[in-house]
Design a protein around this ligand. Structure first.
Ligand code: SF4
Length: 268
């Protein structure tokens, strides 16, 4: 069995000839394990070698495949529930055999099989947290006390990723497009926070009763700009850390795309 790129690399020509259109044999090994290239894409592998290796490679699932598998699992669980019970437990609206969940100011409607419909684009980063919310949330009112990502239950090990991929990436967007960024937040029913130490602060609701507080400080003389994202202290009762992380990454990607669309004149 070949479970990692290094094991596959040992079987390659190792000449880095680039005929597979990748910069090196190790890059090719990684691409094969991730399912982005086939062994036959390397012309220096003989048919016998390809036969020998085929079937022995344990392909790593891509992130989107893992998300699809998790989504299917959540949909199975939803199919065993009564949407009316869920709606009454969480105080959500029902419409034509679907339950509505408001995410960033827009309704997403979930049917009995866990399928999702909305006037907005339906992405996994919205769909998965919404299904998880329907199944697991206690629907508690926010306490009004803010905590940072590391203080969320089971956040251990993910803090670095959240800081880098969510907070730092969002800060970069805000630094480069400050005014536009906050105009975009208004499209998602962001609430302005007036009494704050930050220069700008907005609260977004990617899930009901799960507020995200975005604080931004502009750069000033020798002080660089700063951005952090905080959560209500009841966050772990209403969702889980995986959903928070997924939403954080999804929002950054969505804001980035909207900024690109604005630059090409498609937005506003
Ligand atoms: S074609 Fe084969 S030998 Fe050449 S770089 Fe790609 S993997 Fe390596």
């Amino acid at each position: 069995m070949i479970k990692n790129p290094l094991e596959l690399y040992k079987h390659l020509d190792q000449s880095n000839c680039r005929r597979c259109l990748l910069p090196s044999c190790i890059a090719f090994s990684v691409a094969v394990i991730q399912g982005q290239k086939k062994l036959s894409d390397c012309p220096l592998l003989s048919a016998e070698k390809i036969n020998e290796l085929t079937g022995g490679i344990v392909r790593k699932k891509s992130m989107s495949e893992e998300q699809d598998a998790y989504l299917a699992l959540l949909q199975e669980e939803i199919a065993q529930q009564d949407l009316k019970d869920i709606a009454s437990r969480l105080g959500l609206p029902l419409k034509e055999e679907t339950v509505g969940v408001k995410c960033l100011g827009k309704y997403f409607w979930i049917n009995a099989q866990g399928g999702m419909a909305s006037e907005c684009h339906c992405n996994n980063w919205v769909h998965i947290p919404i299904l998880h919310y329907l199944l697991q949330s206690k629907g508690l009112q926010p306490a009004g006390e803010w905590i940072d990502f590391p203080a969320i239950q089971d956040a251990g090990g993910k803090e670095r990723f959240f800081a880098h991929r969510c907070e730092e990436s969002m800060q970069q967007l805000v630094d480069e497009h400050t005014e536009l960024f906050f105009e975009i937040l208004d499209l998602f029913e962001a609430e302005e926070v007036r009494e704050t130490e930050a220069d700008k602060a907005r609260i977004l609701y990617p899930l009901p009763k799960v507020p995200f507080l975005i604080n931004y400080w502009e750069s000033e003389e020798s002080f660089p700009s700063k951005l952090n994202i905080l959560f209500d202290s009841k966050v772990s009762e209403n969702t889980n850390v995986e959903s928070v992380y997924m939403i954080g990454r999804g929002m950054v990607e969505m804001f980035h795309q909207l900024i690109i669309r604005h630059s090409s004149g498609e937005l506003f």
